[in-house]
Write a protein that binds this ligand. Structure first.
Ligand SMILES: O=C(O)CCC(=O)C(=O)O
Length: 278
């Protein structure tokens, strides 16, 4: 696909901002009716009725399927969504590949500040060693719920893939320790996502919104767990065809909850679309 054929070409300015801040938003990647149908597909995976359900109906519990997009063929079309793929190509370059690092979530409550890269500590090798190859791996978060009734949101620390001070590190370590304690006693929802030593952006989602982040960006799942409707989200990943991306894939594939091999049918589809990491 040539640049000018991109369905969603990211502007030069937005691309620069993506590399600086570490994230890019595609509002309404999916329409609200498509988001609804995806919510129902997720319900089916967890044996819930294929209709909208309240938090009460699932007892405010969390459901998560690691590597869900790879495992469940109902979600494969998302990997090939033209608007999504062209946006990621426009951000990272033509040679992107699907990376086996995905999740399906219902009601994942407000979370700890963390990175999704294989090296979680700022500056640690190999993820921050770009002397030979650039680190170009993104986590794609697709939110299917409305902030208003579910609290669905993502907390982002812009630029934290490029800069981190000792104070920043001290601060998120402290907040994370507090979150562990609050969770232990069932008070997670009462601990707000504050951040004092650097800028924090809260992205409040509408069903179908997509947030693309550099895997090294510090973030936390937002939202309070006690809302009328659960928060639904789908996560997947893409990276350019290089050793960073292979390392990232191996890191996740080694986890016990991950498929050791991509299903044969998906492999063939990825190959055809030049998205297979070999
Ligand atoms: O629940 C969310 O919105 C974020 C989840 C998250 O941070 C993650 O899966 O890495």
């Amino acid at each position: 696909m040539r640049m000018k054929d991109y369905i969603n070409k990211v502007s030069k300015k937005d691309k620069k901002k993506f590399f600086e801040d570490g994230y890019y938003i595609i509002p309404s990647l999916f329409s609200s009716s498509d988001a609804k149908s995806l919510r129902h597909k997720i319900n089916k995976i967890f044996n819930f009725p294929e209709k909208d359900i309240t938090s009460d109906e699932i007892s405010y519990r969390t459901y998560a399927l690691a590597d869900g997009v790879t495992k469940e063929s109902a979600f494969w079309p998302i990997i090939f969504n033209e608007k999504l793929v062209s946006s990621v190509r426009s951000l990272l370059g033509d040679d992107i590949r699907y990376v086996q690092h995905s999740d399906l979530h219902i009601n994942l409550g407000g979370g700890r500040y963390h990175r999704d890269s294989s090296c979680r500590e700022f500056g640690s090798s190999p993820d921050w060693d770009e002397s030979n190859e650039p680190y170009k791996i993104v986590r794609v978060a697709i939110y299917l719920s409305d902030y208003e009734d579910s609290g669905s949101s993502l907390e982002l620390l812009p630029c934290s893939h490029r800069k981190e001070s000792r104070l920043n590190r001290f601060e998120y370590t402290l907040w994370n320790m507090m979150r562990v304690k609050f969770r232990k006693f069932g008070f997670n929802e009462y601990l707000p996502h504050w951040f004092l030593s650097r800028k924090k952006n809260t992205i409040k989602t509408k069903p179908g919104d997509c947030i693309i982040i550099d895997q090294r960006l510090m973030h936390a799942g937002g939202g309070l767990s006690r809302k009328n409707y659960p928060k639904y989200a789908i996560f997947l990943a893409f990276g350019v065809d290089n050793s960073h991306t292979r390392n990232h894939k191996n890191f996740y594939q080694d986890k016990p909850t991950y498929e050791k091999n991509i299903p044969v049918a998906l492999k063939a589809m990825l190959k055809e679309k030049n998205l297979l990491l070999e």
